[in-house]
Design a protein around this ligand. Structure first.
Ligand code: DC
Length: 517
């Protein structure tokens, strides 16, 4: 869930956003602090603020991180705590100029989206509801009279809190100077060409001039709760979901882990890259870039490598374990993104699925346990063949969102809901994260099954036996055909129906190929 709180300086955004984040266990993202940090670094380095190129270079190089400190959120600039230094009058005076530079905004917006990728956020700023997160579930535009805002800031500078103490006063001259500064900044922030301060059309406007802090917070909390229970109920199933990696790793996103305030997370501006556009070859692409991008946007060398691996491994496995897909056309002729689920016996199945779909022009994203990433070469290879790692034992929302975006791009997300290679007929517990991922990606679930792989991978033996392997695919299951209402109920039903079909398909294969397990 994304909660966007915009408004002019001194409208109380920070206090409100912080309180909402704390009470609803969301990540608090102070975007103003990011522009302030860039400004501070420019001032420290003596950069001419009129030189947009130089300012943009500072933004690109700056490493801005947030971490939870004892007294609230700490802002780190290049590893140094600048929480207090970014709030000086000098930074106040110059930040509007820096934040008006389009290239600076580009870098900051990418970083802000990267933060939201890893969890639910309350972001506050000027352009959150209009530019950064236009589809935020809750949008608030917080205002207050110029005088009320100047008074709050003046009291704040003297160590008080006007929101809590109505009788708090501040030095009159200082207050007047702040008022002038606020008006000047409002004008600059609202009139700049790039992402000017304005309320999104669908934002809830709250004028806090005559409201207490608690009243404002309560209004925003009510909007968040309504959104959670209503249309944007995605947040809830996410917390309750049990997502599952393709292999042994059962990723168990637990509610409390999902609720973990991600404010502890550190994010780096230099690393932020949206998963959009083509990746360039030899551009220092990170593993994350591969996970975030569509496979057709991979650089040419990576696509060529995948083609070679698919041809080689496809041919070798076909010779050693002649594998055959039954009803394969149900898979090859389906062009939509979908979650493909299967029973899991050996490492042969993901290989076969990736290869055969590749030959039919479809790209597969196998979800695999992040423990495989211990060896750099494995991570390197898996990233090139479309793998997406998922962390077990935690609500790996980042992986869930990556899978969601893959589905939206039309890629096939391959998940083994049993979570482990099952070499007997024991019933393994099923983890329903696949249904949630399908739901989030607005995609169907396609069941499939394998037999024969158990015969070739005997327990405790390193060497594989030769033998035939059969796979069978069923038609896609749509959420609309489940006959239940409510997102959570639909996800649960999908989990059950899809796995029943997987086992039915496996039993049909066993019937048609006697002796195959
Ligand atoms: O909210 P604040 O006062 O800390 O913001 C500092 C400056 O950064 C303010 O002048 C406007 C700018 N800003 C922006 O342009 N876009 C944002 N999303 C947040 C802040």
């Amino acid at each position: 869930m994304i909660v966007a709180i915009d408004g002019p300086a001194g409208s109380g955004k920070s206090t409100v956003a912080h309180a909402v984040a704390e009470r609803r266990q969301l990540t608090y993202l102070d975007t103003g602090a990011m522009y302030r940090s860039v400004t501070l670094r420019c001032l420290r380095e003596g950069v001419d603020l009129a030189d947009e190129k130089a300012v943009a270079a500072v933004a690109a190089a700056a490493r801005i991180e947030f971490s939870a400190g004892e007294k609230g959120q700490t802002v780190l600039l290049d590893g140094q705590d600048v929480t207090a230094d970014i709030r000086t009058p000098e930074v106040d005076r110059n930040v509007s100029v820096v934040s008006a530079v389009p290239a600076v905004r580009e870098v900051m917006v990418a970083l802000q989206r990267a933060v939201a990728d890893s969890g639910d956020v309350v972001a506050e700023g000027r352009d959150i509801g209009t530019v950064v997160f236009p589809s935020a579930e809750v949008k608030v535009f917080l205002t207050a009279s110029d005088e009320a805002r100047a008074h709050r800031r003046a009291v704040q500078r003297e160590g008080g809190d006007a929101a809590k103490d109505a009788s708090a006063t501040a030095d009159a001259a200082e207050e007047q100077q702040i008022l002038d500064d606020i008006r000047r900044r409002d004008k600059l922030d609202s009139s700049r060409a790039e992402s000017p301060l304005r309320a999104a059309d669908d934002a809830h406007r709250i004028d806090s001039s005559d409201l207490t802090l608690d009243q404002v917070i309560d209004q925003v909390l009510a909007l968040v709760d309504a959104a959670r229970e209503g249309k944007a109920a995605e947040a809830k199933p996410e917390a309750e979901a049990v997502a599952k990696p393709a292999d042994e790793a059962a990723a168990k996103p637990e509610a409390e882990a999902a609720a973990k305030p991600a404010k502890k997370e550190r994010v780096s501006a230099a690393k932020a890259k949206p998963g959009e556009g083509h990746m360039r070859a030899f551009a220092g692409n990170s593993f994350e870039d591969y996970y975030d991008h569509g496979m057709r946007d991979y650089p040419l060398p990576a696509r060529a490598l995948l083609a070679c691996v698919v041809c080689l491994v496809g041919a070798v496995t076909k010779i050693l374990w002649p594998w055959k897909f039954e009803q394969g056309e149900l898979m090859w002729e389906e062009s939509r993104g979908r979650v493909l689920v299967m029973n899991h016996v050996s490492m042969l199945e993901p290989v076969v699925v990736v290869c055969s779909l590749w030959f039919h022009g479809q790209r597969v994203r196998p979800i695999y346990k992040s423990e495989f990433d211990k060896a750099g070469i494995v991570t390197w290879l898996f990233s090139r063949v479309g793998g997406i790692p998922i962390q077990r034992g935690s609500a790996d929302l980042k992986a869930v969102r990556r899978a969601q975006r893959a589905l939206q791009r039309g890629e096939v997300v391959l998940i083994y809901p049993e979570g482990t290679r099952i070499k007997t007929d024991e019933k393994a517990p099923i983890h329903g994260g696949f249904a949630l991922i399908a739901q989030m990606g607005k995609a169907p679930v396609q069941p499939s099954a394998v037999v024969g792989a158990r015969d070739i991978t005997r327990p405790g033996r390193f060497f594989k036996k030769l033998g035939r392997v059969f796979l069978k695919v069923g038609p896609c299951i749509e959420f609309s055909e489940l006959g239940v209402k409510g997102r959570k109920q639909q996800a649960q039903k999908m989990e059950q129906v899809a796995m029943d079909r997987v086992w039915e398909l496996r039993d049909e294969l066993r019937r048609d190929h006697p002796g195959k397990m």
